[in-house]
Design a protein around this ligand. Structure first.
Ligand code: SF4
Length: 264
């Protein structure tokens, strides 16, 4: 039977719900413990994992501070451009401490391949300086390994300029391998179309909701596989402009796809 988008009938109150889902009958509307929702998410995970070949090898093995620099550079930037900007920083500055004290124009020139280098250069210096200040001058975030995933995310997100996507990327993609679910624009779009989150929910607040729908005991590799599979699906099948619903392995689970293909 075709599935309805579970949130379509609540659109008039989405603005109010966006940041803080309100309790309903003793549980939140987007409760990750809802067995129907949980089973749907797991089935999506199983199918995409099989389709795209999970488990996926990690693409990075950076220390968490270097991963933070990389994540800050990557915002709305093609991978090859942010990679080039990161390599430029590595080549032009002896270490991250040197970057803090470098002339801002020099940092900006090094990261010119990125989008908005004039904004990212001062932000990089401010964020790194703030890490050093909080750690009594020690510019390292290896200590995050001693915290719980929740504590580590709270510590990172309390620094101005670090949001949920960056904090999750630092914890999961770095050599720390701490379980945290990043949500990029592809992952977010696929989740919206599948009805896992409200259509109007922004990427930032979607992190907590989407991670709450996954089993709490999942380790870093499982969360990495889920993120990678959703992202790859968004790149190869569920594109922004023209999703290939007819060949999608999730069509029978997808309200948006069923609507596009005339099944509802
Ligand atoms: S059915 Fe279409 S809209 Fe739904 S996930 Fe697949 S490609 Fe995307």
């Amino acid at each position: 039977m075709p599935l309805r988008h579970p949130y379509r009938h609540h659109r008039h109150s989405e603005t109010r719900r966006r940041e803080s889902p309100r309790p309903r009958r003793g549980k939140t509307l987007f409760d990750g413990n809802d067995p129907v929702l949980r089973e749907r998410v797991l089935e999506i995970h199983r199918r995409l994992s099989a389709t795209y070949g999970a488990p996926f090898p990690y693409f990075s093995d950076k220390d968490p501070l270097s991963e933070l620099v990389s994540a800050l550079l990557s915002h709305r930037t093609r991978n090859e451009d942010s990679r080039q900007a990161y390599e430029n920083l590595r080549a032009r500055f002896a270490d991250w401490q040197a970057l803090i004290h470098a002339p801002m124009e020099a940092v900006q020139a090094a990261i010119a391949p990125c989008t908005w280098p004039e904004q990212k250069a001062p932000r990089l210096q401010q964020v790194l300086a703030e890490v050093a200040r909080r750690r009594d001058g020690v510019l390292s975030m290896d200590f995050l390994a001693e915290l719980s995933p929740t504590e580590a995310r709270l510590w990172l997100e309390s620094i101005p300029g670090i949001g949920p996507k960056t904090s999750a990327a630092v914890l999961l993609f770095s050599r720390l391998r701490i379980p945290a679910l990043p949500v990029d624009s592809h992952h977010h779009r696929v989740a919206q179309r599948l009805g896992l989150i409200p259509l109007e929910l922004n990427v930032g607040p979607s992190h907590a909701m989407l991670q709450a729908q996954l089993p709490e005991h999942w380790n870093a590799q499982s969360l990495y596989d889920h993120h990678e599979a959703m992202m790859i699906h968004g790149q190869r099948c569920c594109s922004w402009r023209d999703p290939a619903c007819q060949r999608c392995p999730l069509l029978d689970l997808c309200p948006h796809g069923q609507q596009r293909t005339g099944q509802v």
